[in-house]
Design a protein around this ligand. Structure first.
Ligand SMILES: C[S@@+](CC[C@H](N)C(=O)[O-])C[C@H]1O[C@@H](n2cnc3c(N)ncnc32)[C@H](O)[C@@H]1O
Length: 409
């Protein structure tokens, strides 16, 4: 009886009043909270690594494109070569920690709002270094990981080898979540996380060509399925296409000037390096303030060649099909374009009724599929910002799937 009562209390505390009316995050004990807030999530539940892999994963040496050899040999290559087996099973090794790959943002908030439980199946559509996934695994959930970057898949498969039977990694776009091989027969899961953008590993690895702070080849592909490299876009797209990209995905006020500049300069010499493009823009525009003048250009090119907004739109629609009633959708955005898209998508689909001045009365919204337990986005607190400056522009939005089927999407 007392067990039943405590389950009921848990249910009420967790879900508030009404079926999906007021949804509250679970309360974490202060001990767990302190641990998470202290930013030690990376170290939890991770399989200790043999030194050979630590050295290998510290990366950024070899030549490269966006395949799994770009930053040193891939884990699968090591596995194939037998070095991994010679070193013994991962779980049996000492405590050599993995080199940093990516520090997850808003870990406590993600853990709290995802509220993963034993028996849950969660899709992590942006597996990255597995930081958020490790939280869900520790709560006893099964995780269907997705990342378009083979390096992320390799890294996380190794890092979380101790959870091999609970983690199913899948190299794909998150827009393909309906095709994940680990989906239950119902096709439905209890949670989906999308932590958008690039990982610290991708940014910091010069050979991946994402950053103007580290010189590298103009690549910027998040994975081998990107439509082209940044080098191809910068040197081969028409001036009009470059202008459109800078305006649409970079919101660059100097778009016309930069597009012209790129086209004029490439007549003299092809752009091949990140520093070449960044210096050319800096020389022409000068530096005002702390932000590098090539920041928006790099963002625009990255979003264009990786088709980021297009794939996000497709993924948002896929979440409706994949979430079971009561399933939680958590999305972390890093800039206004992504956030606007997510906000509009959720706002419209969380209205039970829609209205139009030409209608005699409001009508049922055929696309009403979500409840928003919090209407505002959650941002990182001061403590997290201090330890993880990359969290400064992160915004977490949360939605809960209701039990209505969408009629049109
Ligand atoms: C910010 S990182 C995620 C970090 C992760 N949450 C963690 O805790 O380590 C974003 C990841 O999403 C991946 N990604 C971005 N767009 C994607 C897409 N369309 N499909 C699949 N993965 C994508 C990137 O390759 C990158 O590894």
């Amino acid at each position: 009886m007392s067990l039943l009562l405590s389950q009921w209390e848990t249910f009420l505390a967790r879900w508030g009043v009404g079926l999906f009316g007021e949804v509250r995050p679970k309360k974490k004990s202060s001990v767990t909270y302190g641990f998470l807030m202290a930013g030690r999530v990376e170290e939890q539940g991770t399989a200790p690594l043999p030194p050979i892999f630590s050295a290998m994963m510290s990366c950024c040496a070899a030549a490269g494109s966006a395949d799994s050899t770009a930053c040193g040999p891939s884990v699968s290559q090591q596995l194939a070569s037998g070095e991994f087996l010679m070193a013994g099973r991962v779980e049996e090794q000492g405590t050599a920690p993995l080199p940093p790959y990516h520090k997850p943002v808003l870990p406590a908030e993600v853990d709290q709002w995802m509220d993963a439980k034993p028996g849950d199946v969660i899709i992590d559509g942006t597996l990255g270094g597995g930081g958020h996934t490790s939280l869900f695994l520790q709560e006893g959930a099964k995780v269907l990981g997705i990342d378009r970057d083979p390096q992320a898949i390799d890294h996380t498969r190794l890092r979380l080898a101790a959870y091999a039977d609970m983690l199913v990694p899948f190299q794909a776009n998150y827009s393909q979540m309906r095709q994940h091989p680990g989906l239950p027969s119902t096709g439905k899961v209890q949670g989906i996380l999308l932590d958008l953008g690039v990982s610290s590993h991708q940014l910091d690895c010069a050979e991946r060509g994402f950053s103007f702070q580290h010189d590298g080849p103009l690549d910027m592909r998040m994975g081998p399925n990107a439509v082209m490299t940044a080098e191809e876009f910068v040197n081969e797209a028409s001036e009009a296409e470059i202008l459109q990209a800078l305006r649409e995905w970079g919101e660059e006020p100097q778009a016309r000037r930069i597009a012209r500049l790129i086209v004029e300069r490439r007549r003299v010499a092809r752009f091949t390096r990140t520093s070449d493009l960044a210096n050319c823009i800096e020389k022409a525009l000068g530096r005002h303030g702390r932000t590098h003048p090539a920041t928006r250009t790099f963002q625009a090119i990255r979003m264009r060649i990786n088709e980021e907004l297009h794939l996000l739109q497709q993924a948002l629609h896929a979440t409706i099909d994949c979430l079971a009633p009561g399933g939680r959708l958590l999305i972390i955005t890093f800039h206004s374009l992504e956030d606007r898209m997510v906000k509009q998508f959720l706002q419209h689909r969380s209205k039970p009724h829609i209205d139009d001045p030409t209608w005699p009365a409001p009508r049922d919204n055929p696309e009403f599929v979500f409840t928003l337990p919090i209407r505002k986005a959650i941002s990182a607190g001061a403590a997290e910002l201090k330890s993880n400056p990359r969290a400064r522009s992160a915004k977490l939005r949360v939605a809960v799937r209701n039990n209505l089927n969408v009629i049109a999407s």
